[in-house]
Design a protein around this ligand. Structure first.
Ligand code: PMP
Length: 385
């Protein structure tokens, strides 16, 4: 077996979901909505299966979807992309991340990662033969320390992987922090792989800033998006990689041997969805932020210290500030077993455990699930505080 993959255990996500299934716990660990996406987009996918074509679409994605991606980002984010040379459709953002790392890295290269980080970044860059150097974010601000950032870059650095809005901290990277990363990328001739899958899930009137728009980064950024997150249908696994022509060329070479293509009916439906008026996305944000507020209020009334959540499907509670002196992992395991509530410990997103104890909860759930989940969190707190 490959040594890297053989050495990896089950992730905490599998462990928590497994325990939730076994114990019948309410699962606020899982990061997906308890509702389905817009009916007309689902109907567009169904129609496309019946009407066809159902054979291999072009390897870079259907022209219709690639054009829709370019038009969508021009309209919503003011980013101008040439759909033919700068947009590739992938089977989810996960595939786009793998293709980007494989396309950019050579053995011996270094990659700067920010903790907390999404779980695929580290194993996939290691599989490409690279090593990681970490920069840590901490609550409550989750901001970049410029000295730590500068220290992470070396003559071997080839790429940086960033995620904004950031899962699990639910924070947005401000323009100043994107600029700090951009300065280092330009100085060290590096590529930014910018995971922007949560770009539409931003609340309270905030806008998304793409790394593509940071100074000097238009030619150095692979921006990654996910239709699953945009349309509240995480199982759809349709992603987009947007990058300057030379980067796209390399990206496509890796993509062609990973999945080659993505189901044609989903591409048709996502193209339809991307062309919808801005109100569709505003309605999604309004719904999600109402659910965020409901869960936050219910947890506060159970005595929890809840951190602000500016984006994503998640909010965090600070265990120590809620009177619970356990590690995040110990709390999460005991909470699912003893109080029937599944959460995700933040340490799962760090290479070495952080010096704070937070757990992540998903608020993209029905009111009834959120209310019952908060009540069980209250029970967990009474057992452990
Ligand atoms: N990046 C981040 C930060 C995510 O949170 C997720 C999904 N949870 C992904 C990538 C994967 O997206 P997809 O389902 O489109 O592969």
């Amino acid at each position: 077996m490959n040594r890297l993959f053989a050495s990896l255990g089950d992730t905490i996500f599998d462990v928590m979901s497994g325990l939730a299934r076994e114990t019948g716990a309410i699962n606020l660990g899982q990061g997906f909505p308890e509702w389905d996406g817009p009916q007309d987009i689902r109907e567009a996918a169904a129609r496309a299966v019946i009407e066809g074509p159902n054979q291999y679409p072009p390897m870079r994605g259907t022209p219709q979807l690639r054009q829709a991606v370019a038009e969508h980002y021009a309209r919503i984010q003011g980013v101008t992309l040439d759909w033919q040379s700068e947009v590739t459709v992938t089977s989810g953002a996960t595939e786009a991340l793998a293709a980007a790392l494989l396309a950019v890295l050579n053995p011996g290269d270094e990659v700067v990662l920010f903790e907390p980080m999404y779980d695929s970044y580290l194993p996939m860059l290691q599989r490409a033969g690279a090593t990681a150097r970490f920069v840590r974010f901490s609550p409550p601000d989750w901001r970049i320390d410029p000295a730590a950032l500068a220290a992470a870059f070396t003559p071997k650095t080839r790429a940086v992987v960033l995620n904004t809005p950031l899962n699990p901290s639910a924070s947005l990277m401000p323009a100043e922090d994107l600029t700090l990363i951009a300065e280092q990328c330009v100085k060290h001739d590096c590529i930014a792989i910018s995971d922007e899958v949560w770009e539409h899930c931003v609340f309270d009137g905030a806008g998304h800033i793409s790394m593509l728009t940071a100074p000097g980064m238009r030619e150095r950024t692979i921006k990654i998006g996910s239709a699953g997150k945009m349309f509240s249908m995480t199982g759809w696994k349709v992603g987009f990689a947007c990058a300057a022509p030379a980067l796209t060329h390399a990206f496509v070479r890796a993509h062609q041997y990973l999945t080659f293509t993505t189901p044609p009916n989903l591409q048709t439906a996502v193209a339809y969805g991307l062309a919808q008026p801005t109100q569709l996305f505003e309605a999604m944000r309004a719904k999600l932020s109402a659910h965020r507020d409901r869960l936050a209020a219910a947890l506060r009334s159970e005595g929890f210290h809840v951190l602000p959540a500016a984006g994503t499907y998640f909010l965090a509670v600070d265990l120590a500030k809620s009177g619970i002196r356990l590690t995040d992992k110990d709390f999460a395991i005991r909470a699912v077993k003893e109080a029937g509530i599944a959460t995700i410990p933040f340490s799962a997103f760090y290479n070495t455990p952080p010096d704070f104890n937070l757990v992540r909860l998903c608020f993209a759930k029905s009111d009834a699930t959120l209310d019952a989940g908060a009540e069980r969190m209250g029970k967990a707190r009474r057992l452990m505080a």
